[in-house]
Design a protein around this ligand. Structure first.
Ligand SMILES: Cc1cc2nc3c(=O)[nH]c(=O)nc-3n(C[C@H](O)[C@H](O)[C@H](O)COP(=O)(O)O)c2cc1C
Length: 155
């Protein structure tokens, strides 16, 4: 029976983003991480209870107009104060899919996560430029790495 929960909050308005989210989930569900259950949820559907009941979180957002998606921003707007006191130190990781940049989104996410006092446990991954098959592997590996670290109790 899994004892730890890894929440993947992913905004996937395009087929490529959907593929990346599925890759994160697939990595997180690797057979070696049997103590971790991974759940993939869209930011508009994710609630404060989803966050409060999680032991780690992975965020995936496209960069739109130099910032995270509006849906991801809405997620933080809703969960920020309900989770602020209770989830300090929560391990988290972020993936940004950007057409040509990604820096504005990375900066904005780091700022919000600093406010929440969550711990960024992986180097932020930016999948930048024309879509590449390599992005899928990178997302899968990030999911696997966070899940394995959670499983081993090192994050
Ligand atoms: C309205 C809109 C604004 C965008 N703004 C940015 C941007 O500011 N920086 C950037 O790097 N990419 C930008 N993009 C590109 C998206 O990040 C990219 O299309 C998205 O991640 C989906 O990737 P895909 O084409 O692989 O499905 C924008 C796309 C749209 C539709």
């Amino acid at each position: 029976m899994p004892t730890k929960k890894l929440l993947i909050v992913a905004h996937t308005p395009s087929p490529n983003l959907h593929t990346l989210a599925e890759a994160v989930l697939s990595g997180a569900q690797h057979a070696d991480t049997e103590n971790v259950s991974a759940q993939l949820i869209a930011p508009l559907k994710a609630t404060e209870d989803d966050v409060l009941s999680s032991d780690a979180i992975i965020l995936l957002t496209p960069e739109n107009l130099g910032y995270m998606s509006g849906a991801m921003k809405d997620f933080f707007d809703r969960i920020y104060y309900p989770c602020l006191e209770k989830k300090q130190g929560m391990p988290c990781a972020m993936i940004i899919r950007s057409g040509h940049d990604g820096t504005g989104t990375k900066r904005a996410l780091e700022s919000i996560l600093t406010g929440l006092k969550w711990r960024i446990v992986q180097e932020p991954l930016t999948c930048r430029g024309d879509f590449q098959e390599a992005f899928i592997k990178q997302c899968e590996e990030l999911g696997m790495c966070v899940a394995a670290s959670l499983d081993a109790g090192i994050i």
